[in-house]
Design a protein around this ligand. Structure first.
Ligand code: 5RP
Length: 228
């Protein structure tokens, strides 16, 4: 299975003694499970920082020791999924709604490894609706400011039964279509709107992308990235 192959392959970036950021989603879930297995069966010793309550529960069930934030200096690597990636290793993330915690964890990491499948490899970012986490206060107005930047629909995830993030906020999904040709600028512009907590554009963060498929896994290293 493609996701499992990618998730397991990412564990090769982890060695004993590392503090590791543990991402969120159906692909990186296999990384966390494999890390737990290697701890029990192969003596791997790591400590983790989860990017969501869901991943925290999984890691705890596998008895992976977790760090409190006051114990975190830097993390050796974060392994996480993505909804899209481009040839410059820029990402759209947040399909699971965990983008803010994911970015905080990635930001404190010395490297970021992404586990994906071939469907997420795009020429231009934006076909996947761009998730933006916003505080509940004034979210309708914040959405209107997002609509000024977005060529098509913006909508609150979950509609009248809104999805609420682990941080108590809403997600606004922005249908850009494959138009985000300047992701660094777009990330900054969206973050400049009051009420926005974080945007699912992750630019200049990923150092390697692992693409799982039924034919095996492909590892793409970012040229001059932190792992090259
Ligand atoms: C969660 C994320 C996920 O990493 C992303 O949505 C990919 O998930 P999956 O591996 O299930 O396709 O950003 O907020």
């Amino acid at each position: 299975m493609a996701k499992q192959a990618a998730g397991i392959a990412a564990c090769d970036f982890v060695s004993s003694g590392m503090d590791v950021g543990l991402g969120t989603g159906s692909t990186v879930k296999y990384t966390v499970i494999e890390l737990g297995r290697r701890m029990v069966e192969e003596g791997l010793k790591i400590r983790g920082v989860p990017t969501s309550i869901e991943t925290e529960k999984l890691a705890k069930s596998l008895k992976i020791p977790l760090l409190e934030w006051h114990e975190v200096d830097t993390l050796a690597v974060t392994i996480d999924g993505a909804d899209e990636f481009d040839s410059a290793f820029h990402l759209i993330k947040g399909g699971g709604g965990a983008l803010t915690r994911e970015k905080i964890v990635a930001q404190v990491s010395d490297a970021m490894v992404i586990v994906t499948d071939p469907r997420k490899d795009v020429g231009t970012l934006g076909k996947f609706p761009l998730p933006v986490e916003v505080i509940q206060f004034g979210w309708e107005v914040t959405s209107r400011h997002l609509a000024d930047l977005c060529p098509s629909t913006v909508s609150r995830r979950g509609g009248d039964s809104p999805f609420v993030t682990d941080n108590g906020n809403f997600i606004i999904d922005c249908q850009f279509g494959a138009t985000i040709t300047e992701p660094v600028t777009m990330e900054a512009n969206i973050r400049g709107i009051a009420g926005v907590v974080e945007v699912g554009l992750f630019t200049h963060m990923a150092d390697a992308v692992i693409i799982g498929s039924t034919a095996g896994t492909e590892v793409r290293m970012k040229p001059n990235g932190r792992l090259s």
